[in-house]
Design a protein around this ligand. Structure first.
Ligand SMILES: Nc1nc2c(c(=O)[nH]1)N[C@H]1C(S)=C(S)[C@@H](COP(=O)(O)O)O[C@H]1N2
Ligand SMILES: [Mo]
Length: 162
C-alpha cells in the first residue's frame, strides 16, 4: 500500500485531529465541533459484531457528520480523481481503528449517518463519557464502528500493488 508519512501530533483528550492526505489538517475540540451544522440521530441498540452481545440502548446522539469535517479539511486532489481512492481511518485514543471508504461516505446512504457525536439524549458528553464518539448509524451491528474517545481521522490514498 502506498502511504505518505503521517506525522501524528500528540493526542489531546477531547480533541479530534484530521491528518494525513487532507489539504488542511484540522484540530477540533468539542466546542469547535459544536459550531458545525448538527444532526440528530435515532436511538439504537449497541450490539457487538463478534459476539452479537447486546450492550445497551443508546439515546439519540447529536453531532456533526463525518463528511462535513472531511469536506472542511479538503479531500486529496493532487492527482485527478484520487479522492475516490481515499480510505479514512478513525482512531481511538486506545489505538482502536475502524475504516471508511470515500465511496461509502460520499456515495452511499451510509455516509449520511456517520456522526462525530458530542451530545446524547439531550445531555452534553464530556471527555469522561468518551467524547467525541464516532458512530455509523446505518451499520447492521453498530458496536464496531462506535468508537469511543475518538482521537484522529487519517486520510490515506490507496494504490493497487501491481
Ligand atoms: N475506543 C474504542 N472504542 C470501541 C472499542 C475499543 O476497543 N476502543 N471496541 C468496540 C467494540 S468491538 C465493542 S463491542 C464496543 C464495546 O462497548 P462498551 O465498551 O461500551 O461495552 O465498543 C466499541 N468501541
Ligand atoms: Mo465488539
Amino acid at each position: 500500500m502506498h502511504s505518505v508519512n503521517v506525522i501524528t501530533p500528540p493526542a489531546v483528550e477531547g480533541t479530534l485531529v484530521l491528518n494525513g492526505r487532507f489539504q488542511r489538517e484540522q484540530s477540533l475540540d468539542l466546542g469547535q465541533l459544536e459550531r458545525y451544522e448538527s444532526v440528530l440521530a435515532r436511538p439504537f441498540d449497541l450490539r457487538c459484531y463478534t459476539t452479537n452481545r447486546f450492550i445497551r440502548r443508546v439515546e439519540p446522539y447529536r453531532g456533526v457528520r463525518l463528511t462535513t469535517l472531511i469536506t472542511a479539511a479538503g479531500l486529496p486532489n493532487d492527482v485527478p480523481g484520487e479522492f475516490k481512492r481515499t480510505v479514512f481511518m478513525a482512531v481511538g485514543h486506545d489505538g482502536y481503528v475502524v475504516t471508511f471508504s470515500w465511496h461509502e461516505l460520499f456515495n452511499t446512504p451510509v455516509g449520511e449517518h456517520v456522526l462525530v457525536a458530542y451530545e446524547c439524549g439531550g445531555r452534553a458528553l464530556d471527555v469522561e463519557d468518551g467524547a467525541p464518539i464516532l458512530f455509523s448509524g446505518a451499520d447492521i451491528l453498530p458496536a464496531p464502528r462506535h468508537v469511543k474517545r475518538l482521537a484522529r481521522i487519517e486520510a490515506h490514498v490507496l494504490l493497487a500493488s501491481a
